[in-house]
Ligand binder design. Structure first.
Ligand SMILES: [Zn+2]
Length: 493
């Protein structure tokens, strides 16, 4: 019986998650549900730091238990040109010009050694979130700042994204979630097309009135204090949603004073399901329009992360609301959900905030695993691919002291660093930071479910003698997992 088989799968996954068995490799073949969760600006040192704070051990986060684990090079066309003397030819790519394992390492530190001279090499030039998301969303490399648009900004250079293709070819419902503005680079690269990530109003209008994903949940709210700031959504789009101009198609929910955002976004999702509508949730409004980041407390042996406000949903709540709506579509779903504040914390070298945002991502991944594990529905590991990834590294952070659970380093500038101010500092040296910018360090990818084994076939392809993947390989894994393999537009020299 279906339910019995489902229950067996659920216990199989529970077993896989506790003993890290390679069960996923025998599952598949087709993923009807593709869930891509992103920690923006996250690398393995941040993962270890958050894991030590929460559990006192190095790799104890929810996504560390996924059976596929890999390392990904994240360079974009701007990085490549920096090292190649300004030349980029998609028909004659030399991967080591984008990322050279002999200079940066075949594995990210501390999984591999820190090579002499690697810090300067890795800090020299790195991708941004727009070109990184474009790589896995389209299979193309592009310039810094481009959203699903060809390098060099040609007219008509818009690229169809994985979300758009799966909707067109397979009828998938598509959605994006972010804890930073919904028009920010990572969500925008999946559901809009622009030569510049900074064109927030045009990006928002394209997302909400042209692409019209089944779910959009993110930051960018103009504020509730009577003097709205339309940084991330145009006044026209906001007013139209508020006045009900899109009510026939979308359930609209927004941050409201004294209202629990987790409850309201899930209630709106429930309403969208009942009425057969799409969902637009607009929250955030901390300094940059983002959700207020969770805050860890310095309580040795009793780790505790508090929410700054209940007016925003947590990353897990926003992601569950999206899945609730998207999973109604019998054809399948594509969801990209991003914890975007990991990157913002790292730009500020703000360790405490970084730990809070990592806990938020960790909880979101666990919520997705629990959602898929639920018996009695059509979403199970035999037809669902979960990928957890990061778009690029940031801050060249190094854990110098082994902090026990609940313990935080002595930090100067808690809550006040960043947003243009000075970065936080660590007088006792428990952690060090090498930059307030992105780095070209390898990032991790974790996967489970239908098609997760496809990652293996890209190892050793671009970087012989290593297991390093390229970020464009994620696009090909997702498309092939969905039963629609695509030829790469990139050729190696
Ligand atoms: Zn960044």
């Amino acid at each position: 019986m279906f339910v019995t088989r489902k229950t067996l799968l659920a216990s199989a996954i529970a077993a896989a998650l506790t003993v890290a068995s390679p069960l996923a490799q025998s599952w598949g073949p087709e993923a009807k549900h593709i869930i891509l969760l992103i920690g923006d600006g996250m690398n393995i040192e941040h993962e270890i730091a958050a894991s030590r704070y929460l559990y006192g051990s190095d790799l104890g986060l929810s996504f560390h238990r996924l059976p596929y684990k890999g390392n990904v090079a994240t360079w974009d066309v701007s990085t490549y040109k920096y090292w190649s003397g300004g030349v980029y030819d998609p028909n004659a790519i030399v991967p080591s010009l984008g990322y050279d394992p002999d200079k940066g390492g075949a594995r990210p530190y501390p999984l591999g050694p820190e090579l002499p001279g690697s810090e300067a090499y890795l800090k020299a030039k790195a991708t941004d979130s727009a070109s990184a998301a474009t790589a896995w969303a389209t299979g193309y490399k592009t310039d810094d700042g481009n959203l699903a648009w060809l390098p060099g900004d040609p007219e008509g250079g818009a690229l169809k994204t994985v979300a758009e293709q799966l909707r067109e070819m397979k009828g998938y419902a598509i959605g994006v979630v972010s804890t930073v503005p919904f028009t920010h680079a990572t969500p925008a690269a999946h559901v809009s097309h622009n030569k510049s990530r900074n064109n927030y109003h045009a990006i928002g209008t394209e997302i909400l009135t042209v692409t019209k994903p089944e779910v959009v949940i993110g930051g960018g709210h103009p504020g509730n204090d009577g003097t709205p700031t339309f940084n991330y959504i145009s006044g026209t789009d906001y007013d139209n949603f508020k006045a009900g101009a899109h009510a026939a198609e979308y359930v609209f929910v927004e941050r409201a004073p004294g209202v629990d955002g987790g409850v309201s976004v899930l209630a709106a999702a429930q309403q969208a399901v009942m009425e057969g509508k799409k969902l637009f949730g607009l929250f955030g409004m901390e300094g940059g329009g983002n959700f207020d980041s969770p805050e860890p407390n310095d309580l040795p042996a009793t780790p505790l992360v508090s929410q700054a406000t209940r007016e925003n949903p947590s990353f897990a709540e926003a992601t569950l609301a999206a899945l609730k709506v998207l999973s109604q579509d019998p054809d399948g779903l594509f969801l990209m959900a991003e914890q975007g504040d990991v990157d913002w914390a790292n730009h500020a070298n703000d360790f405490q905030r970084m730990v809070g945002t990592m806990k938020d991502l960790h909880d979101g991944v666990q919520a997705v695993i629990d959602f898929v594990n639920q018996p009695g529905d059509a979403v199970h590991w035999g037809n669902t691919l979960l990928i957890v990834h990061s778009d690029h590294s940031n801050s060249y952070m190094r854990n110098k002291a082994r902090m026990p659970a609940g313990d935080l380093p002595t930090q100067v500038g808690v809550g006040s660093c960043g947003y243009g101010g000075p970065a936080c500092t660590y007088p006792d040296g428990e952690v060090t930071y090498g930059t307030t910018g992105h780095t070209n360090e390898l990032v991790r990818v974790y996967a489970l479910g239908a098609g997760a084994n496809l990652f293996h076939k890209y190892e050793n392809k671009w970087y012989p003698g290593t297991r390093i993947l390229d970020n464009t390989h994620l696009y090909h894994v997702m498309m092939e997992a969905a039963g629609e393999p695509q030829a790469s537009p990139l050729k190696l020299k």
